[in-house]
Design a protein around this ligand. Sequence first.
Ligand SMILES: C[S@@+](CC[C@H](N)C(=O)[O-])C[C@H]1O[C@@H](n2cnc3c(N)ncnc32)[C@H](O)[C@@H]1O
Length: 221
Amino acid sequence: MLNELDLDQFRKVFSKYTIEAFQKLPKLENPRILDIGCGSGVPTMELAKLSDGEIIGIDIDQDLLDSFSRKIEQEGLTNRVKAIKCSLLDIKFPDNSFDIIWAEGSITTLGVEKSLRGWNRLLKPKGFLVIHDEIKHFFEKRYKVTRCGYKLIEHFSLPEEAWWEEYYRPLEIRIKHLYKKYSNDPDALGVLNIHQTEVDIVKASPKSFQSVFCIMQKNKK
Ligand SMILES: C[S@@+](CC[C@H](N)C(=O)[O-])C[C@H]1O[C@@H](n2cnc3c(N)ncnc32)[C@H](O)[C@@H]1O
């Protein structure tokens, strides 16, 4: 049933914003990129297409990493794209490892300040940090960027109701269809209920789920 729910299909609609954010970075030769909380790798695969560098995606969810690994193999990118099980609470890469850190939807796990401070050491001097996150955290981030060792290069917001119009509304249509198809399958209905609850939360207040990309650069150290 999860294959039929196919959340990736809806998530991919947002790849255009990942591309827009990447294009705001200067051209880097063979950049080393870390995607923190990569999930099933939808943005990560986009980064792999946009750059010629090495890309490492980390996440704690093995099912999502397995799905990401299948995409890496299907696209023939095993030589330069890696899916690694690792908690963002305990990232063990050495200092100055990456030219770019990418984090879509994962900064709140650790909190804005701890993430900005903790991830700073992983970046090479003048490396870039790109965050995609709910707009309600933006002002907190903006205020903390400098004291956490970065400068804010640029930011852009997604259209106010993009998450509702482009993701949750089409997802709800798919869920309704699957409710009918799996009406006698309690396990499937349990999974669908979880997703419908998320849909209902966004549906009740679509504008409060507006999100924003922030492009930051590490201060030279
Ligand atoms: C909102 S999803 C975003 C996934 C992906 N970046 C995207 O934009 O499609 C957040 C991701 O963070 C991951 N995550 C949550 N806690 C984590 C942790 N402690 N360490 C690593 N990843 C974590 C989840 O498994 C999930 O894949």
